[in-house]
Design a protein around this ligand. Structure first.
Ligand code: OOB
Length: 556
């Protein structure tokens, strides 16, 4: 060839998730990693279960055959727009049929979904786009009263490398999802099973969420094995009540597990009983995953409900601690099998088993999926603690990551040299490998399953001109499990608490990150000599606050 061809210099960081060879061999030999891929299994199910209903959302129903057709149309359409396999695409959609068709379309085209939650706002979306070096953003015109097109405009202004914006619904100046037309001949062949299939986001204990690269092999193993533990088969009907992009309703066993089994997935546009119960009755749902406060709400509402909930076999509860008394109420109120689920987007998932005796189901958060999940419970110096004692939970295994994407600092902190992931959770391990979660060692607030980084919110508060210093801590809450409380030292005159809350919201953050409570103090701990760590400071403030609250209660 003569003449010059323009070469694009692609400096993008490659996506990798690598286990040492010996582990790869072991996980393959054990039959965990079978060389399946996400688009590969979807295609196979479309051939096998062509006319069975795969997805129900409102009045929309897709059979397995139609779901695959949509995936090909969307995947082909995105490539026709100029995206190339391997490009990363931030997806922000609620529990609508398009969430499933878009994600399947991305898998089909070898594009890499980055899963944002509908609650995320400009700050989080910009962070995901930058960290993932994403070239496209797919979202809805509106969802729950919010216009995502305005977010898309801000995003384009801030990060011009976002080449494409695709909108489900009225697209205005953007590309309409409905109009994507696929040149399916451009679609790639099947993917490498060990390649990264998508980026999940972490709960985020320090700063903004980290990106979690999961491979086809490791993720498929996690939901295939979950199907067995949760008895999901072709006759199951799985209700997605939590946001479909979250790892729990996606893969434990979630909607992907259900599709793998040839079962039916029902998307609930809201998590509350008012929306979910009529759907549950209509579609004869057999399994659902909930966070603890929601499970309690469902249990109470079930007693009064005129809807027939008798199809429900298993209610899974996870994402945050379900205390034994609450577990009892849920099991009784919903009159079906309760299953506790303790998992994390980084990998490890624990389940109580359906055949476990009641005391195990009520009092523990289950045991790991895999015989090859290597769980360590260690003290502050990294030494194993005796069985039954509380310690830090570390884990490595066939579906737990060895590294985050594009974050050397977090990697150095979160993984040991021999590849264990430091979960940040404090647990007790009981005989049989059952775990009881004690709480977090690191500073994040688990607000009804939504994780908030103390540091991230402190940073935003500190940017306010009237804030001299701020420390954000978790406070026990009867309904949410934990709520967030910001202790603030004002610079000069105290601002109003509502003004500070509004300030945090105006930073373009998810609403669940706005502090629930703001307490003004004159100074932080004067007793400590020299500089005390933020962690100690937060612990002191929390203790002080709770002591004061207890004293007040005693006085009443
Ligand atoms: C799930 O995933 P993430 O990534 O949003 O959050 C993980 C963290 C855990 O490290 C733990 O601190 C907390 O959430 N957590 C629980 C819990 N389940 C999760 N804490 C106490 N009891 C439980 N049952 O939340 C997630 C992912 C897959 C399945 C289920 C939950």
């Amino acid at each position: 060839m003569t003449g010059t061809t323009a070469t694009t210099i692609n400096t993008r960081l490659p996506l990798r998730q690598v286990w040492p060879d010996a582990f790869v061999e072991r996980y393959r030999a054990a039959g965990y990693w079978r060389g399946e891929t996400l688009p590969g299994f979807l295609r196979e199910r479309a051939e096998r279960f062509t006319h069975d209903v795969a997805v129900v959302a409102g009045e929309t129903r897709y059979t397995y055959g139609q779901l695959w057709q949509e995936a090909e149309r969307i995947g082909g359409g995105l490539l026709t727009l100029g995206l190339r396999p391997g490009d990363r695409v931030v997806v922000q959609l609620g529990n609508v049929a398009e969430f499933v068709t878009v994600v399947c379309g991305l898998f089909r085209a070898g594009l890499i979904p980055v899963y944002a939650l509908p609650a995320h706002r400009i700050t989080e979306i910009v962070h995901f786009v930058r960290r993932a070096e994403a070239s496209a953003y797919v979202t809805a015109a509106r969802y729950e009263g919010f216009d995502y097109r305005s977010l898309a405009r801000e995003l384009r202004a801030e990060v011009p490398t976002v080449q494409q914006v695709v909108i489900a619904g009225e697209a205005e100046e953007f590309t309409a999802l409905a109009e994507l037309a696929g040149d399916t001949s451009a679609l790639p062949g099947d993917s490498d099973p060990q390649a990264v299939a998508f980026l999940q986001i972490s709960g985020g204990s320090t700063g903004l969420s980290k990106l979690i690269p999961r491979t086809h092999d490791d993720y498929i193993y996690s939901f295939r094995a979950s199907n067995e533990i949760c008895a999901i088969d072709r006759d199951s009907v799985y209700l997605v009540a939590l946001p479909a992009a979250h790892n729990f309703p996606m893969s434990s066993p979630g909607w992907l597990g259900a599709l793998y089994a040839g079962a039916r997935v029902v998307l609930s546009p809201g998590p509350g009983p008012d929306i979910a119960f009529p759907l549950l009755a209509r579609e004869k749902v057999t399994c659902v995953g909930l966070v603890p406060p929601l499970a309690l709400l469902w249990a109470d509402a079930a007693a009064e409900s005129r809807h027939d909930l008798s199809s429900l076999r298993v209610v899974q509860v996870g994402g945050a601690k379900l205390v034994p008394e609450a577990a009892r109420r849920v099991a009784k109120g919903l009159d079906c099998r309760l299953q506790q689920v303790f998992g994390m987007a980084e990998g490890l998932v624990n389940y109580t088993r359906l055949s476990d005796p009641d005391d195990v189901v009520l009092n523990t958060q289950g045991r790991p999926i895999s015989p090859d999940d290597e769980v360590l419970v260690v003290d502050d110096h990294g030494e194993p603690v005796p069985e039954g004692a509380a310690g830090h939970l570390l884990v490595r295994g066939p579906y737990t990551i060895r590294a985050y994407h594009n974050d050397d600092t977090a990697n150095a902190r979160s993984f040991t040299e021999d590849g264990y992931y430091r979960t940040g959770d404090m647990v007790q391990r009981l005989p049989g490998g059952y775990l009881v979660v004690q709480g977090r060692a690191t500073d994040h607030i688990n607000r009804a399953g939504e994780k908030i980084s103390a540091e991230e919110i402190e940073d935003h508060l500190l940017a306010h001109p009237a804030v001299f210093d701020a420390a954000v801590v978790s406070i026990p809450d009867d309904y949410l499990g934990e709520r967030s409380c910001a202790f603030v030292i004002a610079r000069g005159e105290r601002p109003r608490a509502v003004a500070l809350k509004a300030w945090v919201r105006e930073q373009g953050l998810a609403a669940f990150k706005v502090p629930d409570q703001i307490e003004f103090v004159d100074a932080f701990g004067t007793t400590a000599v020299g500089k005390i760590s933020r962690r100690e400071l937060r612990a002191q403030l929390r203790e002080h606050f709770l002591d004061r609250q207890n004293q007040d209660e005693e006085r009443i």
